[in-house]
Design a protein around this ligand. Structure first.
Ligand SMILES: Cc1cc2nc3c(=O)[nH]c(=O)nc-3n(C[C@H](O)[C@H](O)[C@H](O)COP(=O)(O)O)c2cc1C
Length: 205
């Protein structure tokens, strides 16, 4: 079966550094035979989590908007590439807003305890974080990782890899970076091979 890859573009800036890096990853995944799709978060309509905790009772979010449709879609893919530029040392409002809306899945797992992902399921679902930052600081992505980790954990994806490029100001954008786009493309090809072989191993057992 074809490996399905979904890319979430969390930048409000269309075709900027981060979406271009995501595109390189998706191109590589497509070249290796993956079925790829990209969703632009800023074009969707969803509100932030209300914190009403209604989902603690039945595992259902009372707000039915594009966030729920997208989360349903995420459960149909094998690889989830989540992308955001660094905004004020963290992820964008678009991405954080979506991550918070997955709280009803968290409630199913940890309050209602009616949702459980096996280790085999998690190993066959790879999550990749893609980001760019203006500054040259080595630690510029550090505040972004925990929220992305929580998102992948909640949705049953293994946090498999990062594709990150800092110092965009000096490089004058992602296209000026010496290796980031090629690296992203290669990682796209590789994740398809890895998922295909981990599926084969699962089928064999
Ligand atoms: C509102 C805003 C906040 C930003 N904050 C940071 C920051 O805290 N650290 C940093 O290194 N770059 C920061 N940047 C720069 C972006 O991370 C960088 O230009 C990035 O490559 C933009 O990606 P994009 O073209 O996909 O939007 C900020 C940019 C904007 C617009």
């Amino acid at each position: 079966m074809t490996v399905k890859v979904l890319g979430l573009s969390g930048s409000p800036h269309r075709h900027g550094n981060t979406e271009t890096l995501l595109d390189a990853f998706l191109d590589g995944a497509g070249e290796a035979g993956g079925e790829t799709e990209k969703v632009i978060l800023k074009d969707l309509s969803y509100t932030p989590c209300r914190g009403c905790n209604a989902c603690h009772k039945d595992g259902v979010c009372v707000v039915t908007d594009d966030a729920i449709t997208l989360i349903d879609r995420i459960f149909t893919v094998d690889c989830l590439a989540v992308s955001s530029p660094i905004y004020t040392m963290g992820i964008t409002a678009e991405l954080k807003g979506l991550i918070d809306r997955a709280q009803y899945i968290w409630a199913r797992k940890f309050i209602l305890k009616n949702l459980f992902f096996t280790n085999e399921h998690i190993a066959n679902h790879k999550g990749i974080f893609i980001s760019t930052a203006g500054l040259s600081w080595d630690n510029v992505f550090d505040a972004a990782f925990p929220a992305v980790t929580a998102f992948f954990n909640t949705l049953g994806f293994e946090y498999y890899d990062n594709i990150i490029a800092n110092d965009m100001d000096r490089y004058k954008g992602i296209r000026g970076h010496p290796s980031a786009l090629n690296n992203a493309r290669e990682k796209g090809r590789k994740v398809i091979r890895v998922l295909e072989s981990s599926r084969d191993a699962t089928d064999y057992q």
